[in-house]
Design a protein around this ligand. Sequence first.
Ligand code: ADP
Length: 260
Amino acid sequence: MAGTHTPAAATLEVREASKVFPLGRANGHGNAVTALSGTSIEVRDNEFLSIVGPSGCGKSTLLRLMAGLDRPTTGQVVYRGQAVQRPTGRIGLVFQDYSLLPWRTLLRNIELGLEFQGLPRDEVRARAQECLELVGLAQFKDAHPFELSGGMRQRAAIARALAVQPDVLLMDEPFGALDAHTRLLMQRELLAIWEKRRKTVVFVTHSIDEAVYLSDRIVVMEKDPGRVISVLDVELPRPRTRKNPDFGRLTETILEMLKY
Ligand code: ADP
């Protein structure tokens, strides 16, 4: 049970990071945009950490820094004591748009990352199949992405990220494009996968409800400039139910912080 595990030491740390984009696309005047200002976050081993905040508060920027896809203007990102300078197989990423290759079958999509790692052919196949099974898509291994629903594509994207066996899974609004019903199902499935695989997950969402349902801790951000205003422990027992009055109370607290 996830509720019984104890998150341990910091896996991934953002230390006093700022990110300034010299040409802001937000204001249209070409002025610099401070997407992130003096932001520090400690992600603990095995925890499910969500980041919430309004559009433009720097959530995606923060995730890109954590993934090594971009570098902070000041400050650092540190993974197990080492500065993150570029993407590594230890830190996997899942985006909202699935990023599956349309001409490859599901199995071949999942094999892709493993091929880059130079693993033997049969190990590539075995691991890809195992991950498809984990997300309940084994019988669709020969289907192409366009033949699948949004929820199935997102499960395939999760399988692909897991196949390379990262320590940390970074997820950027992964369920943002799904209808409400599929989104709720995917939340449950993601928790089931997380409990089986015990990954450290950093999950960006602008749904406060989703963050409260999924997370051990929630980082609340505000914008102009993007910065952390609070980090909350979610003490609700798992499996969670939205009927628990504390669920609603915590959601309200976060809404108030964000002045909705
Ligand atoms: P969120 O994910 O919370 O919506 P983002 O991290 O996407 O926020 O963006 C934070 C701010 O930084 C926004 O004002 C956005 O317009 C700006 N920004 C993000 N990426 C770039 C970029 N590559 N160039 C210029 N401005 C950017």
